[in-house]
Design a protein around this ligand. Sequence first.
Ligand code: IPM
Ligand code: MN
Length: 356
Amino acid sequence: MVKKYKIGLIKGDGIGPEIIDEATKVLNVVGKICDLEFEYSEMLLGGVAIDATGVPFPDATRDGVDKCDAVLFGAIGGPKWDNLDRHLRPESGLLALRSHMGTFANLRPAIVYDELVNASTLKAEVVSGVDIMVVRELTGGIYFGQPRAIENDRAFNTMVYTREEVQRIARVAFDIAMKRDKRVCSVDKANVLEVSQFWRDIVIEIAKEYPEVELTHMYVDNAAMQLIRNPKQFDVILTGNIFGDILSDAASMLSGSIGLLPSASTGAGVGLYEPIHGSAPDIAGQNISNPLATISSASMMLKYAFGELEASQKIDDAIKSALRDGYRTGDIGAYDAKVLCSCSDMGDIVAKYLMA
Ligand code: IPM
Ligand code: MN
């Protein structure tokens, strides 16, 4: 029997549309193979939404996402909308979407494919075998804290976490660690910030529920350094919104390109799946972007949202095969590419390996 899933598609701005098109291309192929049917419903967010409706997160999108089984998201933002008032910027639309969906747990795996150890800017022996899961709190912290304002001669934001917010994200990290190497490193700035001391104390409490998991703590500045010095020491990194934003970009370069890293944002209800990179306006519309982070995000959606493990694994395997055989977009070490691919070529190649 064919299983049906309703997917909300938010293409967004810049390279968003082209990378989402490659992800749906791959989804449709894996759907045929695994007897899954996907019904897509497109929604506007970010700059395109501002142009069409005047706001970055229109009501139709707010209502639309609630009716889906999962949402696949491309990227938003671009210079055209950078000078708008903050609440009207594309980024505000994305933050409002995450908040509306309650997707407080952002999982950002940084995995180095054996096929790409030479694509990293770091030495192969430093990055080979890296497999880190960054668990980033996504709907709290300084991104959302009140008060916030720009005044005449000063400006401020507030980093705030509630007990419940820290408890629930900590549990997500420990649950994931139980299925991995059973190690959690909680990253904070407890030597300076009260909110980080509070975070640390609560994480220590939650750790008691998981006696098998080893908990360590690291200050965020040291964590940034350790990620570059010896990334293999990490299994699960648990951290807040802004530290997770920064550390996941840093971690992405272990893999060779930010164009490879997917993410899953889960919480109470419908999950949001998106590449960790942005809309890359400088290369938009040229068909040279890397769709693999978005295709991997679609694979995470199959796994986490739908429990379709086989279909998800097939996509991951097809990506690895394409990389093994030397297919590369320009961002991933074009020097050792056997075949330099466009964005749509890469989607075709992954689809071809799926059918093989
Ligand atoms: C990310 C992005 C977003 C963030 C921006 C676009 C609001 O950088 O998903 O990492 O800061 O969370
Ligand atoms: Mn970011």
